[in-house]
Design a protein around this ligand. Structure first.
Ligand code: DX5
Ligand code: ZN
Length: 218
């Protein structure tokens, strides 16, 4: 099932509540919330307080992407803030199995994100713990970057890993997704598509979300 997850990083933060309502009315399946700490990535965005405020407005699941390190210490706060899916980076923790189990035991769905150059073999020992794999198709930290074509091979490999093990795991691609490249990402095996600048730079959110969904399903 194709899911479109607008990333609020590219939204108008002076009207965040309105923007969230607008993308949900426009057909967003998830609200993708990029949390950045200025340490794991060279940018600083929001924390649990704002995620909680987003949760008071959003009716769709909150797909919270933690680009922070250390990460374990902050998991309870994001769970309490209302994250539906909590995604951590494999590169952000020394004890990945412990971190993923901490999220699992908290009752949140478990996401694991891999940066574009992180070996996919890291997934092998933890795939059974996951509800979602997030493959970065940009180097994390900013919206509006260009899609890294090499991500397509990685999507294909991970989709095969998931299928071979008969697991029911979502495969999200995050970064640089546009109407003209989403078809290739879907063909490669992704089923959840983060779209920040592709959506929030457009006057008509419904039209672009419809185009993304149509091109992904074509
Ligand atoms: C980048 C973030 C992405 C980004 C996507 O570090 O994780 O979610 O906001 O924005 P676009 O779709 O504009 O690349
Ligand atoms: Zn993200």
């Amino acid at each position: 099932m194709i899911k479109i997850a607008p990333s609020i990083l590219s939204a108008d933060f002076s009207r965040l509540g309105e923007e969230i309502r607008a993308v949900e009315q426009a057909g967003a399946d998830y609200i993708h919330v990029d949390v950045m700490d200025g340490h794991f990535v060279p940018n600083l965005t929001i924390g649990p307080l704002v995620v909680e405020a987003i949760g008071r407005v959003a009716t769709q699941p909150l797909d919270v992407h933690l680009m922070i390190s250390p990460v374990d210490v902050y998991i309870p706060a994001f769970v309490k803030a209302g994250a539906t899916i909590l995604t951590v980076h494999a590169e952000a923790t020394l004890h990945l199995d412990r971190t993923l189990n901490q999220i699992r035991e908290s009752g949140c769905k478990v996401g694991l994100a891999l940066n574009p150059a992180t070996p996919l073999c890291q997934l092998a020992s933890v795939l059974h713990l996951l509800d979602m794999v997030v493959l970065m198709s940009v180097n994390p930290g900013f919206g509006g970057q260009s899609f890294i074509p090499h991500a397509l091979n990685r999507i294909q490999t991970v989709r095969r890993m998931i299928t071979d093990r008969g697991l029911n795991i979502e495969l999200e691609v995050d970064g640089g997704i546009k109407p003209d490249n989403i078809h290739a990402a879907a063909q490669a095996g992704a089923n959840v598509f983060v779209a920040g600048s592709a959506v929030f730079t457009q006057p008509d959110y419904a039209a672009v979300i419809q185009a993304l969904r149509a091109n992904a399903s074509a």
